[in-house]
Design a protein around this ligand. Structure first.
Ligand code: CAA
Ligand code: NAD
Length: 305
């Protein structure tokens, strides 16, 4: 358990300043959990609007926690954490003196590679680079950086909602050094998450098992075999899942799910994942085209206020 990991005599992580790129669902959560656990955090995105969106996600989550932890001083609790988070649209400023960059931007190999290539020339040499990619190859992202940085590059995969989900997958590439891996383990424990380790394979552990299930659920509804509501009820009450697959798809984001399956199509060509699994799903693509991305856009398989 997390408790057991935390009680070991691990030396304190050297990471003090954390920079998070992407202030969406995941980046906001990662910044928040860092700030809650003693890190100085910089949250960066491409627009002020995206940064505001991130701060709104963080404030809502913090007030939810404060209602339980310090019900008499919700604002005090919230602002005591928010003061550890700076925001900026200036990527160069964001990595100044940073010890760890966690990238949580759009799930696109090209966009991620462009960002890391740029940052490689700006961040200090010792800074560790990590990607929160759900499905892309960590090595292919890391190759955008020079050989030195590739040793300080790994996957650090959090789960949604970050403040509530206890797991972090640490993904090593053949280039990731042992010191990098250990520093990432320490910072994961400092953020009160339980680390597991995985090779750089499509979907790592959780998504390699979870995403095929989510895609099969959409195919089931697309065939007309059951409604989303009935599939959700079935998996919640019949299999004990906290959320049925359609609630979870809306929660994860249908765009993100679509990017994951698109990214895996390339892997199928090289035999790393089965062709059948990654066939395009017209129902999913149609919703994404219509801007129905799930909870974050107000509508997906379900509608939200
Ligand atoms: N911020 C802070 N705390 C939160 C929170 C948030 N955004 N969301 C939930 N919580 C906390 C609650 O405060 C509560 O805490 P306590 O136990 O201390 O009271 C706890 O989490 C449980 O929440 P609730 O009682 O309100 O509701 P719930 O029992 O329905 O749990 C849930 C909510 C944790 C989201 C649960 O429904 C769940 O586990 N759902 C499945 C989530 C999942 O599978 N995530 C993985 C998605 S895949 C992924 O992330 C990988 C990828 O690459 C795509
Ligand atoms: P999101 O759409 O909520 O947020 C993405 C953010 O990245 C947006 O605010 C966007 O403006 C920003 N962005 C895009 N390009 C940028 C750039 N060049 N520099 C800085 N910011 C940029 O997406 P999300 O759900 O938070 O997913 C982010 C990453 O995390 C993806 O790689 C995704 O696969 C992964 N992930 C998602 C989940 C999930 O459940 N949604 C879970 C684990 C991992």
């Amino acid at each position: 358990s997390v408790q057991r990991h935390l009680s070991t005599t691990q030396p304190r992580g050297k990471v003090e300043k954390l920079t998070v790129f992407g202030a969406g669902l995941m980046g906001a959560g990662i910044a928040q959990v860092g700030a809650q656990n003693g890190l100085k955090v910089v949250l960066s995105d491409v627009t002020d609007k995206a940064l505001e969106n991130g701060l709104t996600i963080i404030s809502k989550s913090l007030s939810r926690i404060a209602k339980k932890k310090s019900p008499d001083d919700i604002d005090g609790f919230t602002s005591s954490i928010l003061k550890n988070i700076e925001t900026t649209t200036d990527a160069v400023k964001a990595v100044e003196n940073s010890d760890l960059v966690v990238e949580a931007i759009i799930e696109s190999l090209k966009v991620k590679r462009d960002l890391f290539k740029f940052l490689d020339g700006k961040a200090k040499a010792e800074c560790i680079f990590a990607t929160n990619t759900s499905s892309l190859s960590v090595s292919e992202i890391a190759e955008s950086c020079g050989p030195e940085r590739q040793q300080r590059f790994a996957g650090l995969h959090f789960f949604n909602p970050v403040p509530a989900m206890k797991l972090v997958e640490i993904i090593k590439t053949p280039q990731t050094s042992q010191a990098t891996y250990e520093a990432l383990r320490e910072v994961t424990l400092q953020m009160k998450k339980a680390p597991v380790t995985c090779n750089d394979t499509p979907g790592f552990i959780v998504n390699r098992l979870l995403v095929p299930y989510l895609l099969e659920a959409i195919r089931m509804v697309e065939r007309g075999d059951a409604t989303p509501e009935d599939v959700d009820t079935a998996m919640e009450l019949g299999a004990g899942y906290p959320m049925g697959p359609f609630k979870l798809l809306d929660f994860v984001g249908l765009d993100t799910t679509s990017y994951i399956s698109q990214g895996w199509r390339d892997k199928a060509a090289s035999g790393q994942i089965s062709e059948e699994l990654v066939q395009p799903i017209p129902m999913l693509e149609k919703l994404v085209k219509e801007g129905k991305l799930g909870r974050k856009s107000g509508q997906g398989f379900y509608e939200y206020d």
